[in-house]
Each structure stands twice: as C-alpha cells, then as structure tokens.
Ligand binder design. Structure first.
Ligand code: ADP
Ligand code: MG
Length: 376
C-alpha cells in the first residue's frame, strides 16, 4: 500500500478524520429554509497531512488511486476536476475567506464509502479543512462557531469549485456531530442543536439499505422540485415555505399543492421527531419515518421502485419505520429495527431485491458518532 513517506518523502504532521452522515428525517426541505435531523456515522475519511512552506498542494487518494499537484491560486471553478476539487477547493475557499494558509501534502487513507449517499464528499472536505485549520493556526476547529466557518469553506469548495449543488447539511453534520445524538439543523438561521439519538440504548438499530442504483433523472428532477417550491413560496408571498400552513397550501395551483404539502408536513414531522427524542421516546418515531417516505413517494415524487421495495420489505420483517434518505431516485433507505430483527430484515430485503431482479443491496448499521477530529 502506498504510504505518505513513499509519496512525499517525509512523515505527515498528523492525521485527521471526518465522518459521513445519514439524514434521519427532514428530506428535501433544506432549500425551503426548513429543519433537518441528520447524524454523523462511524464511517470516516482519514487524511494524513503535512504543511508546506510554499503554495503547492499535492494530493493522493488510495480509494481513487490518483494524484493531483498544483498551487492554491490555480484552483478555480471546475478546476481541478474530479475528486481533487473537493480537497483543493477547501484550501481555495479558506484563502478566499481571507485566511492565511500555505500549501500541503495530503494522503487520503481511509474513506467513507463513495457515492453510497453517506456523504463521502463532505467527509473529504471536512477532514481536509480541520487539518488545514490546525496546521496553519486558524483557530476555528475548537469552537462550534469556528467549525461553522470551516463548514462554510467546505460548502464553497463543493458548490463553487466542484460545481455540485449542496445545501450544507452534510458539512455541518460532519464537523458538528455529537456521539449518541442527531443534529437538528435549522436551515433558515444556520443554528444547530444536538438531540439525543442512541437507538442501541433502546435495543434498536438504524439500518442503511443502499440500493446501489442511481436513476438518471435525479439531477433534472431536483431542479424542478426546487423551482416548484420557490414558485409556491412566491405565490404565497413568503420568503420560503418554512412558515406556510396546510390551509394556505390548498390555495395554490393544483400542480404545486402536493410539492408544497410535502415541505410543510415534513418540517412538522421533524418537529414531532425531535419532541419524541427529547422526551426519551425514540421507539415511537417509526410512524413518522413511514409518513416521511409516503410523502416523498406520493407528494414529492422523488422515490423509486427500489427504495419503495426496500422500505416495504423492511417493515414486513419487523422494522418500526422506514424511509428513503437523501435526494431520492436511488441511493439509500433507512429502517429503524429491533436488534433481534436485524438479520430477518436484511434477509427479507435481500430476498425481495433478488425476486425483483434488482442489484443486491448493500446493508449496514449506522451508529450516531462524533464529528471531525484529529486522530494522530
Ligand atoms: P457522496 O458524498 O454521497 O458519497 P458524492 O457524489 O457527493 O457522493 O461524492 C463522491 C465523490 O467525492 C467521489 O466521486 C470522489 O470524487 C470524492 N471523494 C469522496 N471520498 C473520496 C476519497 N476518499 N478519495 C478521493 N475522492 C473522494
Ligand atoms: Mg456528497
């Protein structure tokens, strides 16, 4: 295996790790200034990094088996393209924000599974950001407000350099996650609060079922949903649908009603979920997960046959609740399952997928874990 010394001719100054995330509930509401409730997971991306005294950035990823080398000032929208943009983009964004940083040598050793809807992109950005923060003495990694500033640089890297639209949930979760908790993120005022979420304490597991499909209509449909939501807010004379009521929603153009209804009911479901979790009633959130899925499938129309099947098979085998998570049209579903039913749920989902002649899904448990940290 390629090591740091072999690649760069010296030892790294340290190692930094940042987790992926799963969104428990609050889907497709970030661009409506809504509420979402993600948690950081145990799967992590680890970077080994050494500071340089010039402006050069040298990057290597074991997962991608690829290197990139350039200077921070060479980084620009869509350049470098590919994976290097996520890491180099963070340095570019920190410099854009006025921070005094130099170049680095960086090796990505471990990784959150790529493209599984667990946000490997944010994990790469956030581990890089925390390393740069410490190596150049920016002093941001030690406080929540500083970490929010690092998250902003990571978001800019993904939006402005890579050119992928990200609402910021992934980066906030990776940097601010708390073990045994989910994070209530308010997408209107940028605040967050840790909410107790430790399924194992109640004899439960949160399973992630990666359908391993990604339907091609995803990107175009995302833009159309977003446009519909903005149109609905404008028609109601509101800055967003955050405070819209169901009564108002029924006055909209008929084609906008289901889209707006998803936003309004989903934000309400996040509030109800948080109330239950705060009250120590985690096992009761199942019906809210089911209702979220129904709303995403029927009102918002962003599910697909594979996601619907993953949820129905999981429920059939004893899940307390199940829903698609992430943007939809493929990707992953989650299921809240009594620990003793975990194997039965996994078998039922696998059997249902085999019967339908779908690709074999990848099934794993997700542990609510801490945010990014130095690990060596
Ligand atoms: P997700 O964030 O859900 O995993 P994305 O498409 O947003 O999916 O991000 C995946 C991309 O992030 C990869 O295709 C790659 O370009 C980059 N990436 C993530 N982790 C790594 C890694 N360990 N090494 C190199 N590139 C990575
Ligand atoms: Mg991503």
């Amino acid at each position: 295996m390629t090591g740091f010394r072999e690649l760069f001719g010296r030892e790294p100054d340290g190692r930094w790790a940042a987790p992926g995330r799963v969104n428990l509930i609050g889907e497709h509401v970030d661009y409506a200034q809504g509420l979402c409730l993600p948690f950081a997971i145990a799967e992590r991306t680890v970077v080994e990094v050494a500071a340089r005294d010039d402006d050069r950035v040298r990057l290597h990823s074991l997962a991608e088996q690829d290197s990139w080398s350039g200077t921070i000032d060479e980084v620009a929208p869509r350049s470098p393209d590919g994976w290097a943009g996520y890491a180099a983009g963070v340095l570019w964004a920190l410099r854009q924000a006025g921070h005094k940083i130099g170049g680095i040598d960086l090796l990505v050793t471990d990784t959150v599974p790529l493209g599984a809807g667990l946000s490997s992109s944010a994990a790469l950005e956030c581990s890089t950001a925390l390393a740069v923060d410490e190596l150049f003495g920016l002093g941001l990694g030690g406080t929540p407000s500083g970490r929010r500033a690092l998250a902003a640089a990571c978001i800019s890297a993904e939006n402005d350099v890579v050119g992928a639209a990200t609402g910021g949930m992934d980066q906030a979760t990776s940097l601010l996650g708390v073990a045994g908790h989910a994070l209530l993120l308010d997408m209107r005022d940028g605040t967050d609060r840790a909410v107790p979420f430790a399924p194992a304490d109640d004899g439960l597991a949160l399973m992630v079922i990666d359908t391993r499909v990604r339907h091609r209509l995803a990107d175009g449909q995302y833009g159309m949903r977003r446009a519909a939501v903005e149109k609905a807010a404008a028609a109601l004379g509101r800055p967003s649908l955050r405070d819209a009521t169901l009564a108002e929603v029924t006055t909209l153009d008929p084609d906008l009603v289901p889209r707006a209804r998803h936003i309004v009911t989903e934000i309400a479901r996040v509030r109800e979920t948080v109330e239950l979790l705060d009250a120590g009633r985690l096992p009761e959130i199942g019906p809210l997960l089911d209702a979220s899925h129904a709303s995403l499938a029927h009102d918002y129309e962003v599910s697909c046959d594979e996601l619907d099947l993953a949820c129905s098979a999981a429920r059939r085998a004893g899940a307390l609740g199940a829903r698609m998570t992430g943007g939809g049209f493929g990707g992953s579903a989650i299921a809240l399952v009594p620990v003793e039913q975990e194997d039965a749920v996994a078998s039922e989902v696998r059997a249902a997928f085999a019967e339908a002649r779908y690709r074999e899904p990848e099934i794993r448990g997700a542990q609510p874990s801490a945010g990014a940290e130095r690990v060596g």
